[in-house]
Design a binder for this molecule. Structure first.
Ligand SMILES: O=C(O)C(=O)C[C@]1(C(=O)O)C=C[C@@H](O)C=C1
Length: 370
């Protein structure tokens, strides 16, 4: 059968016509959902001012990949749906998302992948500024790095969770590949800028290729690229897109110590979402030192409730010297569940200041679930 280009393009035109009609029908339903949220669809409900519903989005993405018969790749279909839901959010409300900038940072990339192109973004100078933007209501959502698979926890984020009252609403995992960018040749580089967590991910590269060179930490990897672009003989460890944005050359690609390098980000807000099919919950508490074995007893509470721990970390309590705030994340439980109320009640027997920092749909990539 011979294929006629004109006939095939007519077919595409006709399908586009149908797609546009369907997309607008969907957009209209989304506007109605927005109106229902403002009214409080169920008169018993509190008025829901949140348009970003991570649990529902996860369900939509799962449905879309389940229904996909091909030949379109799941990734392509999900990218299209990311933008459909992004426009859906923007239709319901003006949404401003704070991220650790300037543009080209990994936080920017994670934000765009989570919220798409149709919402507005506000670049912030530091992680603390992202928290402040959300706390003061200048932005409804903020995106902050929480931990990296090579370098571990992002300390400024943990410390803000100790002090701040913001809630975690969602999580997202971003594969991270670092680049060495500069206007000079590598032999001429005398100084390297990057974020401390990114520097920690490239120790092997730095020791092999730039041994003895001055290493200067800065607020973000994209700020590093900005600085390197202004200075002779300086380089930055940043994302690949920073080369184009800031006019730098790529001296080396993929310089992270391990190539499955991944950073987990949290989406913070003033409230968490309702339960989804599979949630995780992050709590923090201070151990009461007067009780021997209090940490052990505290952790046993999770075992007694059959909860699997997916993260544990500690930071100095900023309220009591030589006391520590423990962060514990558990899988398979929502913060508003009965189980979690029991966990909190039991923790209070051994621990002080027990608080749920957030509860969010489990977005671990399949290969990270165990
Ligand atoms: O279901 C909702 O609450 C919606 O607002 C609709 C919708 C969608 O377009 O499917 C849009 C944004 C939300 O983050 C989740 C889903």
């Amino acid at each position: 059968m011979s294929l006629n280009l004109n006939t095939l393009r007519q077919q595409i035109d006709s399908l586009d016509h149908k797609l546009i009609t369907l997309l607008n029908e969907r957009a209209q339903v989304s506007l109605d959902i927005g109106a229902a949220k403002r009214q409080g669809a169920d008169p018993q409900d509190e008025v829901n001012t949140h348009v970003y519903i991570p649990g529902r989005e996860k369900q939509v993405f799962e449905k879309v990949t389940r229904l996909n018969p091909g030949p379109m790749a799941d990734e392509s279909l999900c990218a299209i749906y990311r933008e459909i839901m992004s426009s859906s959010i923007a239709l319901q409300k003006d949404v401003l998302v704070a991220y650790l900038g300037p543009i080209g940072s990994y936080s920017h990339d994670a934000s765009m992948k989570k919220f798409g192109d149709s919402v507005q973004y506000a670049s912030q100078g530091t992680i603390a500024d992202v928290f402040d933007a959300v706390e003061r209501g200048r932005c409804q959502y903020g995106v902050v790095p929480f931990e990296n698979s090579i370098a571990g926890s992002v300390v400024p984020t943990l410390d803000k969770f100790v002090k701040s009252n913001v809630k975690i609403r969602a999580e997202t995992y971003l594969p991270v590949h670092h680049y060495l960018l500069s206007k000079s040749a590598i032999e001429a580089v005398r100084r390297v800028y990057s974020h401390p967590v990114a520097l920690a991910q490239c120790q092997n590269f730095l020791n092999t290729h730039l041994k003895g060179i001055e290493v200067l930490p800065c607020a973000s990897t994209s700020e590093a690229a900005q600085l390197a672009a202004k200075e002779k003989f300086a380089a930055a460890i940043s994302s690949g897109v920073c080369a184009e944005i800031y006019g730098l050359d790529v001296l080396h690609a993929d310089i992270e110590d391990q190539h499955d390098n991944t950073t987990r980000f949290f989406i913070i807000s003033d409230a968490w979402d309702a339960p989804s099919a599979s949630d995780k919950t992050l709590l923090n508490f201070t151990v009461d030192h007067r009780l021997p074995g209090a940490l052990c007893d505290g952790l046993k509470v999770f075992k007694d409730h059959n909860l699997n721990l997916t993260k544990i970390d500690s930071r100095p309590s900023l309220l009591r010297p030589w006391h520590y705030v423990f962060f514990v994340e558990c899988a398979g439980v929502h913060g508003d569940s009965e189980v979690m109320s029991k966990v909190i009640e039991d923790l209070h027997k051994f621990c002080l200041d027990v608080r749920i920092v957030g509860t969010y749909p489990d977005q671990r990539p399949q290969d990270l679930r165990y």
